[in-house]
Design a protein around this ligand. Structure first.
Ligand code: SF4
Length: 61
């Protein structure tokens, strides 16, 4: 399984991850969280990590 990790303290709540990857990212309060933290296929989570301005999304393959 691929692990999706997010440093929520570093997250600035810009919503870019939700924009590029609504399949696995949604707002919870003022900051998004991943719907699933373990996935079989990376899918758009790669784009979410790439687009994050503070690089707080880490993908462990
Ligand atoms: S792109 Fe990064 S900083 Fe922006 S909301 Fe998503 S996790 Fe937070």
């Amino acid at each position: 399984m691929i692990k999706i990790k997010q440093d929520r303290n570093a997250c600035i709540g810009c919503g870019a991850c939700v924009s590029v990857c609504p399949e696995n990212w949604e707002f919870k309060g003022n900051k998004p969280i991943p719907k699933k933290t373990e996935v079989k296929e990376i899918g758009c989570n790669r784009q979410a990590a790439d687009v994050c301005p503070v690089r707080c999304i880490e993908i462990e393959e």
